[in-house]
Design a binder for this molecule. Structure first.
Ligand code: HEM
Length: 129
């Protein structure tokens, strides 16, 4: 597959991931039990897995090494793990609506950080511009 096709597919899955997350948070912040749709439960895992696979594929293709020439990539991978952990607090594990709301906002900020790290190729993310 061409670099441009891979990169745009990766970016499209990133966009779908945050849209689905915001939709689920909208429903789940008042009460996680409100998420009844099977699609909304399963689809995000599929999208996030594809996002990750395409990211790793791109990194291998471009010889970006998170432990070597590409600290921004290490920042993205750590960011993705945090996005997933904080995301589950937002839509499932948070005990109160307030906790879930704060986790929702934090997950969106983490996503914006990852996006900035991708665009600027710096762990400073948007601060690098
Ligand atoms: C929420 C998670 C992620 C978001 C929002 C995201 C976003 C992006 C965006 C917007 C770009 C295009 C940057 C540009 O050229 O302007 C990109 C490229 C890329 N991403 Fe991700 N990404 C995410 C996760 C990952 C992960 C987990 C990996 C690796 C394991 C990864 C590896 C890459 C690579 C290698 C590129 C190609 C950079 C280039 O050659 O220009 N991404 N990503």
């Amino acid at each position: 597959m061409s670099y441009m096709a891979l990169k745009h597919a990766h970016m499209m899955f990133a966009l779908i991931s945050i849209v689905l997350f915001m939709l689920r948070a909208w429903i789940a912040v008042p009460s996680p039990a409100r998420i009844k749709s099977k699609v909304l439960k399963v689809l995000p895992h599929i999208i996030d897995t594809l996002l990750l696979i395409l990211g790793v594929w791109l990194a291998v293709m471009m010889k970006y090494n998170p432990m070597g020439n590409s600290p921004w990539l290490a920042a993205k991978i750590i960011g993705l793990v945090l996005y997933i952990i904080v995301g589950t607090i937002a839509i499932k594990r948070g005990k109160t609506a307030r906790q879930r709301l704060i986790a929702t906002l934090a997950a969106i900020v983490i996503f914006a950080y990852i996006y900035g790290a991708a665009v600027t190729k710096s762990p400073l993310s948007w601060l690098y511009l």
